[in-house]
Design a protein around this ligand. Structure first.
Ligand code: NAD
Ligand code: DAU
Length: 357
């Protein structure tokens, strides 16, 4: 069984690749990644020499390259994670998000369609494996909630940022290929992930890095926006279960039932890191700095993952406090990783986003 995982050098993708490579030695896992600023092969050093793992550097926006790749390898299944993933970058450069998230996804769908056939048993079906195009998406496609309610799989799409608009568009294309051509697809929409290997442009790793370096912790607006946090390994576990058992054509929401305001997340992080860095209680909180809000900032996300829990038996394994503690330990133990990703282009990005904000 040949499984293509796109974006496998990124934050979530690297955890999915690791889980599949270790748990399924009889699958060959191909990791296709462009290695943008967010892709990092240092996330995968523990599995890079495994016999069932292969890395391919490439761009999903390049249709000719993608078509040739699928023709050559005849992948049985695809888990598609490659994307531009940061909302703030989508506000400054929306077109990049259209290229990768929309056109890149359609290129993959076309290539997969060309090696899969509805009318006669395809080579994949003859080989006795379930063909699947699994599209990994986000809860941001549903828009924003007020003080109450949760996103379910039937909530209408209402994306607000260029990032979420591009992901919503890609979700629609995936469903369209199922409804029009019968392509065997599955989609999952997940809430905010956190954990090891998270690029420090996102709230939690950015603040871990800044606390370590005694730098201000930039909180947008009043810090009252709410996110539903899930440990990244629990997301990878959900992807594993959905990949193997979900009904074709279906959608699953994935979330931690774990809502926090941003300011409370950062206060908790400050407390954890006071202890770990041997600083007096309250020291890190003094770094909190309220800055200009994100344009179009969604107030609240909350995921109802009852369908996934009841139908497929998945549930999160970690409490937030425990997961955050483990995450901080990972960053403190992987100083070189953090130094490498925060040098060079990151400094320019940081300056453009935060200096004079
Ligand atoms: P990330 O930014 O950490 O990683 C994205 C990966 O995709 C990188 O390795 C990058 O090099 C690769 N990539 C980007 N453009 C590419 C291209 N044109 N061709 C090939 N590879 C390319 O993202 P992440 O946080 O790991 O998110 C992975 C997926 O999960 C995305 O589709 C995202 O929308 C979705 N998602 C993320 C979260 C979250 O909280 N981070 C939550 C729900 C869903
Ligand atoms: O909900 C799932 C989504 O979660 C994923 O689809 C996205 O790929 C992922 O980036 C994440 O999006 P968010 O915008 O919610 O994540 P981010 O870490 O950028 O921001 C979390 C919250 O913190 C959000 O309300 C904005 C706020 N924030 C963020 C940054 C970077 C700050 O207050 N200060 C910051 O410096």
């Amino acid at each position: 069984m040949k499984v293509l995982i796109t974006g496998g050098a990124g934050f979530i993708g690297s955890h999915v690749v690791r889980l599949f490579v270790n748990k399924y030695p009889n699958y060959t896992i191909y990791n296709l990644d462009k290695l943008t600023y967010a892709g990092n092969l240092a996330n995968l050093t523990d599995i890079e020499n495994k016999p069932n793992y292969k890395f391919i550097k490439g761009d999903i926006v390049d249709a000719d390259f993608i078509n040739e790749l699928f023709a050559e390898h005849q992948f049985n299944a695809v888990v598609h994670l490659a994307a531009e993933s940061h909302v703030d970058r989508s506000i400054t450069n929306p077109l990049e998000f259209v290229f990768t998230n929309v056109i890149g996804t359609v290129n993959l769908l076309n290539a997969y369609k060309s090696i899969w056939s509805v009318s006669s048993p395809s080579p994949l079906e003859r080989a006795g494996v379930r063909p699947l195009f699994y599209h990994v998406s986000t809860d941001e496609v549903y828009g924003a909630l007020g003080d109450t309610g949760m996103f379910t799989e039937t909530t209408s799409y209402d994306p607000h940022s260029p990032y979420s608009a591009s992901k919503a568009s890609s979700d629609h294309f995936v469903r369209a290929y199922h409804d029009t051509y019968g392509l065997p697809v599955v989609i999952s929409n997940c809430s905010n992930n956190y954990g090891p290997n998270h690029f420090p442009e996102k709230l939690i790793p950015l603040c871990i890095s800044n606390i370590k370096n005694n730098k201000p912790l930039p909180i947008y607006g009043k810090g009252e926006n709410v996110r539903d946090w899930l440990y990244v390994v629990d997301h990878a576990r959900a992807i594993d279960v959905i990949f193997h058992t979900a009904k074709l054509g279906s959608t699953y929401n994935i979330g931690g039932h774990n809502e926090w305001t941003n300011i409370d997340v950062i206060r908790l992080l400050c407390k954890i890191m006071d202890k770990k860095l041997g600083r007096a209680e309250g020291t890190n909180e003094k770094l909190i700095t309220f800055v200009k809000d994100r344009a179009g900032h969604d107030l609240r996300y909350a995921i109802d993952s009852t369908k996934l829990q009841n139908d497929l038996g998945w549930k999160p394994s970690l409490q937030f406090e425990e997961g955050l503690d483990k995450t901080v330990d990972w960053y403190l133990a992987n100083e070189e990783w953090l130094t490498n990703v925060t040098s060079g282009a990151y400094q320019k990005y940081y300056e453009s986003q935060y200096v004079k904000r």
